[in-house]
Design a protein around this ligand. Structure first.
Ligand SMILES: *[C@@H]1O[C@H](CO)[C@@H](O)[C@H](O)[C@H]1NC(C)=O
Ligand SMILES: *[C@@H]1O[C@H](CO)[C@@H](O)[C@H](O)[C@H]1NC(C)=O
Ligand SMILES: *[C@@H]1O[C@H](CO)[C@@H](O)[C@H](O)[C@H]1NC(C)=O
Ligand SMILES: *[C@@H]1O[C@H](CO)[C@@H](O)[C@H](O)[C@H]1NC(C)=O
Ligand SMILES: *[C@@H]1O[C@H](CO)[C@@H](O)[C@H](O)[C@H]1NC(C)=O
Ligand SMILES: *[C@@H]1O[C@H](CO)[C@@H](O)[C@H](O)[C@H]1NC(C)=O
Length: 752
């Protein structure tokens, strides 16, 4: 029997055409007569990377008036001769995969200042707009009524680093980096929370004169360094020492309002060159910061610093980054990216125990959520305790989609975690045999019990993203410099910041030959993320009594419970709990079976290849969590049944096709497919929890495993079945989850 499939045609292109008819057909906008373009030269390429930003109104994260930062000044581009090729170049510069259209006649309002480029003609393949033909920088006969804009496809170039987010605020001011130089010798421990503020400039590090220094300045400095809060500092303690130092004051005074995310965004008064030693009556600015709970070593202090329990980050590859999710009532939801900015992102970062925000990300750059969307147009001032205290708009269903989920990248304190671990011998910098430093000795890690969870911690500690594979034999990698084994028995929960924080043996004991079985990892910047559509399960559930004579194939594939073997075949029937499951890939990489196609297994009965032995678990649990019915260890044929608008299908089961689930697509197992059930023939009437777990053994890398389980309350009266509260494992608040878990027990008590 074949898996039945809907084949739907998508008509996406048409839709785009409706938005921007002019641009897609490449009709040239009105060009003035007599001013035929003279696309003579290519303006001289700049040494530093040209900065591009979207501006104007109604601007979105992926559309707006184009502005270029050149010679210290932001300016626009005239629409004469503009084309979709120009837009493609600009969109890619902004980090989007391509353009879907462009606009003329200052659709997003008139810009100000220079009109930097005119009669721009790109082929479309240029790396930057400055390499396209034009009349040259600043040579234009246009007015700002003709400012050009672009509409970019809302899909980011994988791994694109957005550097113009802060720049749009900071422009050309000179401060780049800030550090604290500890003064007290004992303050060697990381993170450094107190010390002299030093700012980096082109010739090195310099101090700031503390005359007029305020606690608001301290707040901004602490935020940049990854700390949520500032503390008062006893200046007198440092005075004597600092007066004896030779100080170089780059900055004479600082006046922050406290909501800035970077010192460069504050009002700064720079000293004149070669006049950097004056700070009469003052001394170098010294600050003290309060770290978030993750970074506090002192246990008694750790209890005191609390973080928010109704905001969280999901799907980020590194500590302090992820999609923003907020708790409303008992269910988690996402935030829409309209007007999402660094101020709002900083409020989220600080309430989670990090510093201010490094980046406010739009367009679901950290993957899409799947639950409700709660907030839109969040506009924090920057001093709110929680994002819930910021002005925002409630969502109405047409407003937003998960494609617009907001995310953050927060400043986190420097912990030096990556210095005590390394990977060696691999084919790229993202893979290798794991070596850790224990005491002063570097060595390998025993691979007994080495799983995805441990590998996840290694990749995170190295700042290399997610773990694609946990490798248990590494002898085939370059072993010329293999060191001894220094760690064994490693067991991580998965959320640790460093391997040394995981449980491990006190003294090394590894049964196998060390070099051959040293642990290794392959890390990746992106990963898939599978989730089940819970509401579809709830809506499609029913009970079927299926005659045994129709179940030979199912029996062969082990899709029935054990008692089926004792049945009087082909007479009688099995009672099946049936439902549809729709498995979405909401991550940032395609989901592919771990095994290559050479090892897929042909199932003659159903007529397709199985690419994963265990892809999902279906179970029915009683009040104390024991299984009363177990679905077969469902092994499936993975494919894209359908996709979101604008995403094309890539995987197809039929004819030994490539198996997998594309980002933005889903695989549907309809309720009437063979084996898509739980055999409940032996189950007594009562209340249960039904549970479906995808990728239960972490065989394939995902950015988030906490949403792999889907659970429902299940009521069975002996004839019919009802499901309630179907939800993903991470969708409810802790309290709501406890209430949910109690459901079968409570009802049982009432009945008995
Ligand atoms: C500043 O000092 C440096 C060396 O200390 C010197 O080379 C330079 O000419 C001085 N600049 C000015 C403007 O005085
Ligand atoms: C921990 O912090 C408390 C309160 O600030 C302080 O009294 C104590 O000495 C600290 N303990 C250590 C070990 O630093
Ligand atoms: C959003 O809706 C809730 C009720 O669902 C209401 O209490 C709240 O005031 C609304 N917030 C805003 C900003 O409109
Ligand atoms: C092994 O060590 C030698 C000497 O330190 C070094 O040159 C070489 O690159 C190392 N090989 C690997 C694979 O790390
Ligand atoms: C989940 O299933 C429901 C019910 O069929 C459907 O309305 C909804 O669009 C699905 N959700 C997603 C994210 O596809
Ligand atoms: C679990 O529940 C079943 C019935 O619901 C009961 O027979 C069994 O003893 C319970 N097991 C434990 C360990 O409590």
């Amino acid at each position: 029997m074949e898996k039945s499939r809907h084949k739907q045609q998508l008509a996406v292109i048409l839709l785009l055409g409706l938005w921007f008819p002019c641009c897609l057909t490449q009709t040239t906008p009105p060009t003035r007569a007599n001013l035929a373009p003279t696309p003579s030269g290519t303006p001289k390429a700049q040494t530093a990377q040209l900065k591009v930003r979207l501006a104007g109104y109604p601007r979105k994260h992926n559309e707006g008036r184009i502005e270029l930062f050149y010679k210290g000044e932001w300016g626009t581009i005239c629409d004469d001769d503009f084309s979709i090729s120009n837009a493609n170049v600009l969109c890619r510069q902004l980090g989007f995969v391509s353009a879907t259209g462009w606009t003329h006649s200052s659709k997003y309002g008139n810009g100000q200042g220079k009109i930097w480029l005119d009669n721009v003609i790109c082929n479309g393949g240029e790396k930057s707009i400055e390499f396209c033909k034009s009349r040259g920088w600043g040579n234009s006969d246009c007015t700002h009524d003709e400012d050009a804009g672009v509409v970019c496809k809302d899909e980011r170039i994988p791994g694109f680093v957005d550097s113009n987010i802060i720049d749009a605020q900071v422009d050309e001011k000179k401060v780049e980096e800030v550090r604290l130089r500890p003064v007290v010798a004992t303050a060697k421990k990381l993170p450094i929370t107190e010390g002299v503020v030093e700012v980096k400039h082109k010739d090195g590090w310099a101090q700031i004169c503390d005359l007029g220094w305020t606690i608001k300045n301290t707040r901004v400095v602490c935020g940049m360094l990854g700390f949520p809060h500032e503390k008062k500092v006893n200046k007198n303690f440092y005075k004597l020492y600092l007066e004896r130092q030779k100080n170089s004051y780059l900055i004479q005074s600082v006046a922050c309002t406290g909501t800035e995310v970077h010192l460069a965004a504050c009002q700064l008064e720079f000293n004149k060159p070669n006049a950097t030693s004056s700070c009469a009556g003052g001394m170098p600015a010294v600050v003290s910061c309060m770290p978030g709970p993750l970074f506090v070593q002192n246990r008694s202090l750790k209890k005191k610093v609390k973080t928010s329990s109704n905001v969280r980050l999901k799907g980020g590859a590194r500590l302090g980054e992820g999609r923003v999710e907020v708790l409303k009532g008992s269910e988690w939801g996402t935030v829409c990216d309209d007007r999402w900015n660094l101020q709002s992102a900083s409020v989220v970062c600080r309430e989670l125990g990090f510093g201010s925000a490094k980046e406010a990300l739009t367009g679901a750059r950290m993957g899409q959520g799947i639950g409700p969307i709660y907030m839109n147009e969040v506009k924090c001032f920057g001093n709110e305790k929680s994002i819930w205290n910021c002005p925002f708009k409630n969502i109405t269903s047409e407003d937003c989609q998960h494609m617009e989920d907001a995310a953050v990248r927060c400043n986190i304190p420097y912990m030096g975690l990556e210095n005590s671990i390394r990977i060696v011998g691999g084919r790229s910098s993202y893979e290798g045999r794991v070596e850790v430093q224990v005491g002063s000795k570097w060595g390998t890690v025993c691979s007994t019990g080495w799983t995805t969870k441990e590998a996840m911690v290694v990749c995170r500690q190295l700042g290399l993203g997610y773990s694609m594979h946990a490798i248990t034999e590494t002898w085939y990698w370059d072993s010329s410099n293999v060191t001894g084994m220094v760690m064994s028995g490693v067991k991580c929960i998965g959320n640790e910041m460093a391997l040394s924080q995981c449980q491990h043996h006190k003294t090394v004991s590894c049964q196998k030959a060390a070099a051959k079985f040293a642990a290794g990892v392959i890390c990746s910047e992106t990963a898939s993320d599978l989730v089940l559509n819970a509401s579809l399960v709830q809506q499609t559930v029913y009970v079927e009594d299926r005659p045994l004579h129709m179940l030979y194939c199912a029996a062969e594939e082990d899709c029935l419970s054990k008692s089926a073997a004792k049945a009087n075949w082909p007479y009688g029937h099995r009672r099946l709990l049936r439902f549809s499951s729709q498995i979405h890939n909401i991550g940032r990489a395609d989901f592919k079976p771990k095994a290559g196609r050479h090892s897929w297994v042909w199932h003659a009965c159903h007529g397709h290849y199985h690419s994963m032995d265990i892809f999902t678990h279906y179970d029915l649990l009683n009040a104390n969590g024991s299984k009363v019915a177990e679905g077969h260890k469902a092994s499936f044929c993975l494919e894209d049944t359908d996709c979101h608008e604008g995403v094309s299908k890539r995987y197809e089961c039929a004819n030994f096709g490539d198996q997998g689930i594309t980002v933005g697509c889903w695989d549907l197992y309809r309720h009437d497919i063979d084996c898509q059930w739980l055999d409940i023939t032996d189950v007594k009437p009562g209340n249960y929890i039904m549970q479906v777990v995808i990728n239960p053994n972490y065989e394939v890398a995902e950015s988030d495993f906490t949403n792999n389980a889907m659970k429902c309350n299940c009521k069975y009266d002996g004839h019919r079945i009802w499901l309630h509260n179907c939800h993903l494992g991470d969708a409810f608040s802790e309290e709501a989850e406890r209430r949910f878990e109690k459901y079968p027990g409570q009802i049982n008590n009432r009945i008995s």
